[in-house]
Design a protein around this ligand. Sequence first.
Ligand code: UDP
Length: 235
Amino acid sequence: MKYKRILLKLSGEALMGEKKYGIDSSILQQYADEIKKVKDLGVEIAIVIGGGNIFRGVQAEKSGIDRVQGDYMGMLATLINAMALQSALEQNGMYTRLMSGIKIESVCEPFIRRRAIRHLEKGRIVIFGAGIGNPYFTTDSTAALRAIEIESDVVLKGTRVDGVYTADPEKDSTATKYQNITFSEVYEKNLSVMDMTAFTLCQENNLPIIVFDMNKSGNLSKLVQGEEIGTLITA
Ligand code: UDP
């Protein structure tokens, strides 16, 4: 196994599937299937899921809600997704723990680094909900920070695009994909991989990132076994 402990970042937006809002249960099931394949390989899995399908802090300002309040609403949105994912994973026979950046004791544990690592060692899938627990951050930053804290081998950013391109492939048909790229090249070329806070955290801590297409069946399990899928970003 190339990666023994992974942090998988899933976007909240992708959970909508074809819907305009909320959670598409078929996408949830698809994620559970893909995660199960990796679990069966003996990989330790931590997951951060976004909240963009329900609420984003930046969107709050436009509707007259205070930004900080909006960010907390966004964090709670990620927790709703995390609970849905937890349920889907458990229905597919996996053991899980949900750890939250905001204390909500009736539904999840608070994030405690040592405890998170212990869960992973025991074979439980750990989902980090409610982001870092602070406004003005994103779930990408949460993914980077938690990955470093739990000593993950890599951050796997599952998207609907199969890697990092020279330009946005959904807008520019001449865009080509990078198989490998360095952190500094991403800066120089001004490519978007994650927000800068998240990206810098990974770079400074020498934590590789792989951007890959999460919607293609088998991609995740091939990746952890070392197949070159998506784009690998390293120092
Ligand atoms: N958020 C936050 N702090 C965090 C993580 C998330 O304030 O540590 C808020 C922020 O408002 C963000 C929202 O939660 O817009 C949802 O997360 P994100 O936009 O990263 O979700 P995604 O785009 O991955 O679906």
